[in-house]
Design a protein around this ligand. Structure first.
Ligand SMILES: [Zn+2]
Length: 261
């Protein structure tokens, strides 16, 4: 668990760093078309404006964007900003996993980050969190903790998932009764359960705190001076996804190690 791991796990690191940007490109296209998978191919291999076929040279993550200055080669329409943001995010996820973790945990960490990136992109566009993605985190987290810390890890993961879901279920229940409308969605509860599954119950307060702060900052930046009111929707799904990955990295490098029960 040091920056030296990049040398100890040379091939694995190289593999992750090279595939990271491409994964972002693929995740971005999948998130744009979710839940409909039938037009997945065209969404990224054609210009959304003029329909021109994009060649391999147009689709190299990060580099094509810089080379073409973010515009379609043919009609000069700006390329969706989501694609470059996703490619930068997936590159950051790959790099941080390589720097913080060793061996198989490197791959697990990158996998967690990529699923969270998909969730953040879909939720930002549709205000829905794909159940399948959250369930994949709830299922994989306790296993990862088991391989890290044995049966105690497994228990922490299962407990974290249940308590994570329970906390948000209670908040949503209270909100519905006090305000008479939906505040938090159950999608948020399943996502928090995914975070608890990967880090155990003691990481939950940190995840919620960081997610709330991130959502508020996002709201203030996104509103650009427009007035906020009570009905303004918090971008909570993406904030939760960012917080889960950040706390995952932080708790793994912290000597007090939140993950341990
Ligand atoms: Zn075009």
């Amino acid at each position: 668990m040091s920056a030296l791991s990049i040398f100890n796990n040379g091939w694995l690191s190289l593999f992750l760093l090279l595939t990271g940007p491409f994964l972002g490109s693929f995740i971005s296209a999948s998130a744009l078309t979710w839940p409909d998978r039938s037009n997945l191919r065209t969404s990224r291999s054609q210009c959304a404006q003029c329909g021109a076929e994009l060649t391999l040279a147009d689709l190299v993550p990060l580099f094509s964007f810089l080379l073409l200055r973010g515009r379609c080669r043919h009609c000069k329409t700006p390329i969706r900003r989501q694609h470059i943001i996703a490619e930068l995010a997936s590159t950051t996820i790959a790099l941080s996993s390589v720097l913080v973790f060793d061996g198989w945990l490197m791959l697990a960490s990158a996998g967690l980050g990529m699923v969270l990136l998909f969730i953040a992109l879909v939720d930002y566009r549709t205000r829905l969190i794909p159940d399948g993605a959250s369930f994949s985190l709830i299922g994989s987290g306790p296993l990862v903790l088991y391989f890290m810390q044995g049966v105690d890890g497994l228990k922490a993961g299962l407990g974290g998932a249940i308590i994570g879901y329970g906390i948000f279920w209670l908040v949503a229940f209270a909100y519905r009764h006090l305000r008479g409308r939906e505040g938090l969605g159950m999608g948020d509860a399943k996502l928090l359960a995914g975070g608890g599954a990967w880090m155990g119950p003691f990481a939950l307060p940190w995840i919620v705190l960081l997610a709330a702060s991130t959502a508020i900052v996002g709201l203030l930046v996104g509103s650009k001076g427009k007035s906020l009111h009570r009905e303004t929707e918090l971008p909570f799904g993406p904030a939760l996804a960012i917080a889960i990955y950040a706390i995952w990295l932080w708790s793994s490098t912290n000597p007090t190690n939140l993950i341990l029960l």
